[in-house]
Design a protein around this ligand. Structure first.
Ligand code: FAD
Ligand code: DLZ
Length: 511
């Protein structure tokens, strides 16, 4: 009896369910394959991070006594995709069963499910118990709800995991959610604390060379490379965040600054999503910091909510609604993605800044993703699939299960309100209040009309009027429609003409 335990690139946790019951004679398979590295053109930093983390994980397994077959991308016999690499093992060894933990993406699950027939082999797909809410539990929770909302899901999760919950089952501090304390605009002196760095191992250096030779044509800078690539290094980042940065995480969570990509965000998403860190251990460490009075409640609750609430909620929605979810386009958004998303010139300082941070770090924080690039895509009606592919390609933490609901549901309202209650549409005023981008922008965020008026302003009203039939009934929007209805006819006409001129300039890549 010999079983093949397949570990995918984002399953780098020693507690992964596919390794349970591993026997001496069994084999672990891990492979770097071109198909996974190019199904979208991932940022070179993401590919380097993942390949280096995979190689280190394989070495750690070998040290623990596992027999590992690790296929490098440039191995001459590499057959280029997961199916063909599994088939190669089946040709070389007598394998009774393939054991794999459920993959993060629907696409990969379909591939794995095809093996039974295609490769004539038994496949045991196990639950991914690194997530705190199983696909089945989420379905059960959702099945008795008229409307899905993160806040109520999150409260259940807080009780289930006893995180920031008192003995009498009430939330610590008396409130479930301290978000209103976490939306302060930037103040003088706000900056990104210096982050710890890691010595580059020979494994990482070899991967960086491989990636620079094979993926230089993908969007994004490979160097300087600063990511952790082992669990030990990721744990150092986690501990450093909890000790030094978490106390400041809350207040300026939504603030944005030129040249300051990180501010007080954790930068942990790539490590959690690849499996180097586990969501529960992170939440528990954050709670411990609060209990020891090392971090305030608004910061700790806000941070735990992102992981225990949002992260699990979006994954639940993804699996609940796939595959149909990927084709939703409630607002019929079809305008082609402009060049400036790929680093082309734009006079809009906010977009230029977020795209260049993305290019440099394969990272930009949540509000930048949502309220700058996401907001523009929403207001301009950019093609949902093109926008979704962009987010999947450019961030080091991007996997479809988390990226798609965030893009399609949260940023673009393409799911018509499955994930959230209203579109996150905002004019230039929001960006002006929450950032210092507008101060050095060609456009004026206080102006609606004219060549130098901030494009977000007229596009905001144009978006609302264009989608009025679909949005007017939304209980959170009557206020904005009332405001619009009070505009004079000539103002409405001016906004309409301004939007037309913006779309012409957008089409000519001269915005
Ligand atoms: P922090 O701000 O420090 O938050 C802590 C942790 O909470 C994160 O590491 C992450 O694990 C979790 N988290 C926070 N917000 C979310 C959220 N909305 N959904 C899921 N988890 C969340 N996150 C990804 O992990 N992968 C993606 O591909 C991704 N794509 C996004 C696309 C769009 C359009 C938007 C609006 C958001 C997207 N997010 C994605 C969510 C969020 O922006 C990132 O998780 C966050 O910016 C990662 O940075 P951080 O680790 O510093 O997070
Ligand atoms: C993202 C990614 C990349 C870039 N490369 C590989 C790879 O070569 N081998 C592999 O096993 N996994 C890779 N991955 C992660 C997979 O795409 C991931 O398992 C799916 O996105 C499912 O979440």
């Amino acid at each position: 009896m010999k079983n093949l335990h397949l570990i995918l690139g984002d399953q780098l946790s020693s507690s992964i369910s596919s390794l349970k019951g591993f026997k001496k004679n069994d084999l672990v398979l891990m492979c770097e394959v071109m198909e996974e590295a190019t199904y979208v053109k991932h940022h070179p930093k993401k590919i380097a991070f993942l390949f280096a983390a995979m190689r280190h994980f394989a070495l750690a397994l070998e040290q623990k006594g596992y027999q590992v077959r690790y296929v490098k991308l440039n191995d001459p016999s590499n057959r280029g995709n997961l199916t063909n690499e599994v088939a190669r093992v089946l040709e070389e060894f007598s394998i009774d069963k393939i054991i794999v933990t459920e993959p993060g993406e629907y696409r990969v699950e379909q591939i794995i499910k095809s093996w039974k027939k295609k490769l004539n082999v038994q496949v045991d797909i196990r639950i991914d118990d690194r997530f705190l809410c199983s696909r089945e539990s989420f379905q059960k929770w959702a099945s008795c709800k008229k409307q899905l909302r993160m806040e109520y899901f999150y409260r259940e999760m807080r009780k289930k995991y006893r995180l920031l919950i008192e003995k009498d089952n009430t939330p610590t501090g008396g409130e479930w959610n301290y978000d209103k304390e976490n939306r302060k605009p930037p103040v003088k002196g706000l900056s990104s604390p210096k982050r710890i760095s890691h010595k580059k191992s020979p494994v990482l250096l070899e991967v960086l060379d491989l990636v620079s030779r094979n993926f230089a044509h993908h969007f994004g800078d490979l160097y300087p490379f600063h990511y952790a690539v082992t669990r030990e290094q990721a744990l150092l980042e986690l501990d450093d965040f909890i000790e030094r940065i978490l106390p400041k995480f809350g207040d300026f969570q939504d603030a944005m600054l030129k040249g300051e990509a990180y501010l007080n965000h954790s930068l942990l998403s790539s490590y959690i999503n690849a499996g180097l860190l586990l969501p529960l251990e992170i939440c528990q460490k954050a709670e411990a910091a609060y209990r020891k009075q090392k971090a305030p409640l608004n910061a700790v609750e806000g941070f735990i909510r992102q992981i225990l609430g949002w992260r699990e909620y979006v994954r639940g929605i993804y699996w609940l609604k796939m595959p149909e979810y990927g084709d939703l386009n409630y607002l019929d958004a079809m305008r082609p993605l402009p060049d400036f998303y790929w680093g082309g010139a734009t006079k809009m300082r906010c977009i230029g800044e977020v795209v260049s941070q993305t290019q440099e770090h394969a990272y930009s924080h949540h509000i930048q993703r949502l309220m700058v690039t996401g907001n523009f895509a929403l207001l301009a009606g950019l093609d949902v699939k093109q926008v979704q592919e962009w987010y999947l390609a450019v961030y080091s933490d991007a996997y479809e299960w988390v990226e798609m609901p965030n893009t399609l549901g949260m940023a673009l309202f393409a799911d018509g309100g499955i994930l959230g209650s209203k579109p996150y549409a905002a004019s230039g005023k929001y960006i002006q209040r929450m950032s210092n981008f507008c101060k050095s922008c060609y456009y004026n965020s206080n102006e609606m009309i004219g060549e130098k008026a901030c494009p977000f302003n007229a596009l905001y009203w144009n978006f609302l009027t264009k989608n009025r039939k679909k949005l007017e009934g939304n209980h959170r929007l009557p206020y904005v429609y009332n405001t619009y209805d009070k505009f004079s006819d000539s103002k409405k006409e001016e906004i309409n003409n301004q939007a037309k001129s913006i779309f012409i300039r957008l089409g000519k890549n001269s915005l």
